[in-house]
Design a protein around this ligand. Structure first.
Ligand code: SF4
Length: 509
């Protein structure tokens, strides 16, 4: 018999139980964490205050990652810190989910028997039930499924941003890149039906979102499960039909399957942003073969040429691995060559380290750490220069910035707000004295007055500054009003006015 969460388990008059989700890893995990939060809130728990320390909540969830080096040390370090807290406060519940849980399974309970729940990547939806069962039976619960139970998008979600949302279109991957643990942890690719995806996007837009990012481990192979090779480009075009949806992005595509119909759909669909994250991993054809990545550097550069031909202002970012087993100096030189030719706006650069459970971990020719480090530094230096040069081309350009929540130390120091341009570049901008202050989710149009390797800066004059209030800004307003109980003037949907001074930040003074 299945124990279900009983709201009565939390007696009235008792303080509401709180939760905290700690996320490690990729965007897929960030999105899963939004679902974990949504599930726990639906089960009657409340998020702990953001300034609370680790372990101060009644339920602490770790959503783990097995892709990065030392992922397990990091997790067990955190769990070790919570051991004392659990002794002091036996009511504290600790849950571990995500890729590392899927991989390590009962090892987690062997190494940290004070953990209450271990759940896998395929059954996120079971977490509330497992927590309740652990509490009821006073016994740790472990449940890992080897295949997807419910498509995660049908679970409740607590979104981090009112303006932007993640939408899973597929999970799992049919490729077998030799450095990657994803296929063994997330399984074969599962595609969601287009109608379900579009219905979810419409619901998000109705709720105030103006930007969505379509997510998949291998996003452009979407459709492989139901036999439609052009399903991804069709989906992009269908997103273009959704009224009120201003920005569509996707991550991560695979170069081997990046077909011309996708480039055409991107170029011809106005709300698909001129931005592409295209993982290169290595510029050496020999290393790509060893990685079992089925494209070669010429094909990769050809895709970038086509993208730039159709979208001259597209910003292209990438992932790079340095020091894959067997990588020689010549191979590395090839990576430098392709990086220089690619003119990436950003690169996520990783030093290879063996992941247990992946084929490459067993390869004999592991590159010595010192060599990897030295190559890594050369690559970072080159990429920083490329990024600066690419950003320098933006100087004087006018950018449309979707305003993010700008609280934080840097914002306080500089008096600037921040947001993302259409091509996803980070922009720090000031609001001219006397001009209206945007809310998170609003859109400002400003000139680029300064550039760095990792961001653009704008200090506009009042004449150069334009603010457009959006439904996302309205949604932020409503959420603020709900959380403090004070109705906010000017929060009506579609309102043209901007509520002055709503952000807590002083800007442009
Ligand atoms: S395509 Fe991406 S997710 Fe799939 S195996 Fe390769 S690196 Fe891993």
């Amino acid at each position: 018999m299945t124990t279900t969460l009983d709201p009565a388990a939390q007696p009235t008059g008792q303080p509401q139980r709180t939760y905290q989700v700690n996320t490690f890893g990729c965007q897929m995990n960030v999105h899963d964490s939004e679902r974990i939060s949504g599930l726990l809130e639906e089960a009657g728990l409340a998020a702990v205050a953001p300034e609370a320390g680790e372990g101060e909540a009644d339920v602490v969830v770790f959503n783990t990652c097995a892709v990065r080096e030392n992922a397990d040390n990091k997790l067990y370090g955190h769990l070790g810190l919570l051991k004392q807290e659990k002794r002091r406060r036996p009511g504290l519940q600790i849950a571990v989910g995500g890729c590392l849980a899927q991989k390590d399974r009962d090892t987690i309970l062997q190494r940290a028997p004070w953990v209450d729940v271990v759940f896998g990547t395929h059954n996120v939806g079971a977490l509330p039930v497992l927590l309740e069962r652990a509490r009821h039976n006073a016994e740790a619960q472990i449940e890992i499924l080897d295949a997807l139970d419910v498509f995660p998008s049908s679970l409740p979600t607590k979104r981090e941003s009112h303006a932007s949302a993640w939408v899973s279109i597929s999970v799992g991957c049919n490729n077998t890149c030799t450095f990657c643990i994803v296929p063994s942890l997330r399984g074969k690719e599962k595609d969601r039906r287009p109608g379900d995806i579009l219905a979810e996007i419409q619901a998000l837009v109705d709720d105030g979102a103006i930007e969505v990012t379509l997510l998949g481990q291998n996003v452009n192979s979407y459709g492989v499960e139901f036999g439609d090779r052009q399903a991804f480009s069709k989906l992009l075009r269908a997103c273009g039909e959704i009224e009120g949806l201003e920005r569509v992005r996707f991550t991560s595509p695979h170069p081997a399957m990046f077909t011309d119909d996708v480039i055409e759909a991107m170029a011809e669909t106005p709300n698909v942003m001129p931005q592409l994250h295209m993982p290169l991993q290595s510029g050496s054809d020999k290393v790509l073969k060893e990685m079992r990545r089925s494209y070669r550097s010429t094909k990769f550069l050809g895709i970038l040429d086509k993208v730039r031909e159709r979208m001259p202002h597209a910003a292209i970012s990438t992932d790079l691995i340095v020091g894959f087993p067997g990588e020689t100096e010549e191979d590395f030189q090839e990576t430098l060559r392709v990086v220089e030719a690619s003119r990436f706006s950003t690169a996520f650069t990783f030093q290879y380290s063996p992941r247990p459970g992946t084929p490459a971990a067993t390869y004999e020719e592991q590159v010595p750490k010192a060599v990897v480090q030295e190559r890594f530094e050369r690559l970072v230096e080159l990429q920083d220069r490329m990024a600066r040069e690419e950003n320098a081309k933006q100087l004087g350009a006018t950018v449309e910035v979707l305003v993010a929540d700008s609280s934080g130390r840097k914002a306080e120091e500089t008096g600037r707000l921040k947001g993302r341009a259409r091509d996803q570049r980070l922009v720090h901008f000031s609001v001219p004295a006397g001009s209206p202050v945007p809310r998170p989710g609003d859109v400002v149009t400003v000139p680029v007055t300064e550039v760095g390797s990792f961001h653009l800066v704008s200090d506009p004059t009042p004449e150069q500054y334009t603010l457009r209030a959006t439904r996302a800004g309205d949604a932020w307003d409503r959420a603020q009003a709900e959380s403090c109980g004070v109705p906010t003037p000017g929060a009506a949907s579609g309102g043209k006015g901007v509520s002055l001074g709503l952000p807590t930040l002083r800007v442009g003074l």
